[in-house]
Design a binder for this molecule. Structure first.
Ligand code: NI
Length: 146
């Protein structure tokens, strides 16, 4: 049983490479081009994404750890990396009606992980898309009682 205030956090880094195209299906091509510029190129383009998963919680008095790194790695590998690595994000079912922006990707990753990392709690998802683009998302936690 891990108790205490959630004043410690741990961040693990993961990577995947994927293609995408920023495009809204129900908008005309010229409007898409105006909104998304070269990110709207019909053939898509790729990114080497870096995902930072930050978890928070109490420190286990026996191990000194906040979370089991292997267990966290397994969950992120299964739910995020294996799903997206070397894929075209626009063809993933979750992006059927959602543009494959970094914002949406960070939010989706939060949703995939938030219930899967107990007893630690998810604090933040960070996502690097390009050298100059970094996204962060802090969503609702299922259980805020610590
Ligand atoms: Ni892009």
């Amino acid at each position: 049983m891990i108790t205490g205030n959630p004043h410690v956090s741990v961040t693990r880094r993961y990577r995947f490479s994927a293609a995408h195209r920023l495009h809204v299906d129900h908008l005309p091509d010229d409007v898409n081009q105006k909104i998304f510029g070269k990110c709207n190129n019909p053939n898509g383009h790729g990114h080497d994404y870096t995902v930072f998963v930050t978890v928070t919680g109490g420190v286990d008095p026996h191990t000194g750890f906040l979370t089991d790194h292997d267990a966290l790695d397994h969950v992120v590998q299964e739910k995020v990396v294996a799903r997206f690595d070397h894929q075209h994000l626009n063809y993933d079912p979750v992006f059927g009606k959602m543009v494959t922006t970094g914002e949406n990707l960070a939010k989706f990753i939060w949703g995939e992980l938030v219930e899967s990392i107990a007893p630690a709690q998810l604090e933040k998802i960070g996502l690097i898309e390009t050298r100059d683009n970094y996204f962060e998302y802090r969503g609702e936690r299922q259980n805020t009682k610590m």
